[in-house]
Write a protein that binds this ligand. Structure first.
Ligand code: SAH
Ligand code: SF4
Length: 362
């Protein structure tokens, strides 16, 4: 007979405070002990059981035997010549690697987190989409990225202000894992990030947007559109064929009305593709009258997609048309372009010889 494989020890970073409380309550410890442990994990940010000196020794012993404290490790790291951006390729327990980007600008630090290894949505211009889907990240693997950068920031007495869920993967395809990580981020006894400072970017997973609206989760929502007609969007974002534009916009309206919150719409501007006056007018019509802000991001060229970013004149013309519909827009800087700081690009560059060129599309 095969021996039963041992039950994997729970990673403490996978548990929001309520779940940690349930675990400890099962061992006979009160919420007081849970909160002491929580503060050690997220305020003092201890990295080993030995450092849990403020806890009862019997509790530390139980934790040592039944849990693990596991963070990702550095696989590769690059610094941008702009001086603001540091890009990390972090290795997870099973050897998968994900990207985390730390941006420091005018004393404000922002981290861009990955929520999946790879992505199933297959956007043609995206390096992660070109890799295909591997697996969801656990909440602890998402939080581990945050703790990795807060350790870096502590060296210079800086603190983290913004979190953007815009790295590798589609956050609403990994709804549970991502939103449990958000619960940990905003917990007032721990990292205590402000809900206004957490942005979740989705390719437009309609059931996820509706669920976010119903559950009132503490995030700012950004929706990646890239095309304002079914044809143009479907060509760039294959996943869009599953959730047609009309359904997506209905879900966005539902979200805005229910949460009374502005939605940001992202648009990667690709020369001669979706930067035309026709697309700008179609986008204006689509968003007219809604509480919307458009972020235009000139395309970050990737190896698997032979198109160019729009030039400054085309960007300005696109924005002018949006303004004629009363729509505010901002051009997002492509910080760290010299270090492949677009989503999935560092991983693609580091692991290029081994990766499969075939995108997986769900
Ligand atoms: N999956 C989510 C979040 C991760 S991608 C989403 O798609 O929204 C974060 C943002 O980067 C998205 O708006 C995406 O369209 C954009 N993006 C990805 N690759 C890009 C590239 N090569 N150039 C410009 N923007 C890109
Ligand atoms: Fe996935 Fe977002 Fe990249 Fe599309 S842009 S493939 S949804 S990570």
């Amino acid at each position: 007979m095969q021996p039963t494989p041992p039950t994997p020890l729970v990673n403490l970073y996978d548990l929001p405070r309520a779940a940690l409380g349930e675990l400890l309550a099962g061992w006979g410890y009160s919420a007081y002990h849970r909160d002491l442990l929580w503060e050690a994990l997220y305020r003092q940010q201890v990295e080993s059981f030995d450092a849990l000196t403020g806890l009862r020794p019997d509790l530390v012993q139980a934790l040592r035997e039944r849990t693990r404290l596991e963070r990702p490790t550095t696989h590769h790291e690059v610094f941008s010549s702009d001086g603001f951006t540091r890009k990390l390729l972090l290795r997870l327990r099973d050897g998968q690697t994900v990207e985390t980007v730390l941006m420091r600008f005018k004393g404000r630090a922002t981290v861009c987190l990955s929520t999946q290894a790879g992505c199933a949505m297959g956007c043609v211009f995206c390096a992660t989409g070109q890799m295909g889907f591997v697996r969801h990240l656990t909440p602890g693997e998402i939080i581990g990225q945050v703790l990795h950068v807060t350790r870096i920031l502590r060296e210079t007495n800086e603190s983290l202000r913004n979190v953007v869920l815009m790295g590798m993967g589609e956050p609403l395809h990994n709804y549970e894992g991502t939103l449990e990580a958000v619960d940990i981020l905003v917990d007032q006894l721990g990292l205590a990030l402000g809900p206004r400072f957490i942005t979740l970017s989705t390719v437009g997973v309609v059931p996820g947007i509706r669920r976010l609206a119903d559950e009132d989760r503490p995030v700012q929502l950004a929706v990646s559109l890239h095309g304002a007609t079914e044809e143009e969007r479907g060509a760039l974002v294959p996943a869009a064929r599953k959730w047609p534009l009309a359904e997506l916009m209905e879900a966005c309206r539902y979200y805005s009305e229910k949460r009374k919150r502005r939605i940001f719409y992202e648009w990667a501007l690709i020369a001669g593709k979706n930067d035309t006056p026709e697309q700008a007018h179609a986008l204006g019509q689509l968003l007219k009258g809604m509480d919307a802000h458009v972020n235009v991001i000139p395309l970050n060229p990737t190896v698997g997609y032979a198109q160019r970013p729009s030039g400054p004149d085309a960007v300005r013309a696109f924005q002018d048309i949006l303004a004629s519909y009363g729509l505010p827009s901002t051009v997002r800087q492509r910080r760290g372009i010299d270090i492949d700081a677009g989503c999935g690009q560092l991983k693609a560059a580091v692991e290029r010889p081994r990766r499969s060129p075939q995108p997986t599309v769900s």
